[in-house]
Design a protein around this ligand. Structure first.
Ligand code: FEO
Length: 176
């Protein structure tokens, strides 16, 4: 029998975040399907890569819970929204969603500190940094959409740009 090195509260909170990361993946995959349906293949590609990144985030929680002798408990994943009014509306949603995720990560860090779980605090710092990037990239694309007015040749060019994004598989175990 593996001994759990985390307290119950931490274990439960990490399992909740594992679920939240899978939900993020589900949400972005749903956005990818939406963009596919609007013939914006580049936007669809960007969202599909984002969905894979979120699954990678989820697996980091999965592996960490196991590493600390905890028990992964997979929970129900809520159905994501299916349609958005426009590319701008979708990216406003991405940006606000990432801000919510940042708050969840910050709450987790606060919990790790109050429970004096330094290992978990250290593990979470990767996500603290990642969230800065996540918010910046979502907001960056949102601002571009606003500048081009969300249509015409500007939208076409942005679609081309977002079509270039590729998923970079983790290269080291620490990057899983
Ligand atoms: Fe897993 Fe987009 O943060």
């Amino acid at each position: 029998m593996v001994t759990c090195m985390m307290n119950e509260k931490i274990q439960e909170a990490l399992n909740e975040q594992l679920n939240a990361e899978i939900y993020s993946s589900y949400l972005y995959l749903s956005m990818s399907a939406y963009f596919q349906g609007t013939d914006l293949a580049g936007f669809a590609n960007w969202m599909r890569v984002q969905a894979r990144e979120e699954l990678m985030h989820a697996m980091k929680f999965y592996d960490y819970i196991n590493e600390r002798g905890g028990r992964v408990k997979l929970k129900e994943i809520a159905a994501p929204q299916l349609e958005w009014e426009s590319p701008q509306a979708a990216f406003e949603h991405v940006y606000s969603h990432e801000q919510k995720v940042t708050n969840l990560i910050n709450d987790l860090v606060n919990l790790a500190i109050s429970e004096k779980d330094h290992a978990t605090n250290n593990f979470l710092q990767w996500f603290v940094t990642e969230q800065v990037e996540e918010e910046a990239s979502a907001n960056g694309i949102l601002q571009k959409i606003k500048i081009i007015g969300g249509e015409g040749s500007g939208l076409f060019m942005l679609d081309q740009e977002l079509g270039q994004r590729v998923f970079t598989p983790p290269t080291t175990s620490a990057e899983k």
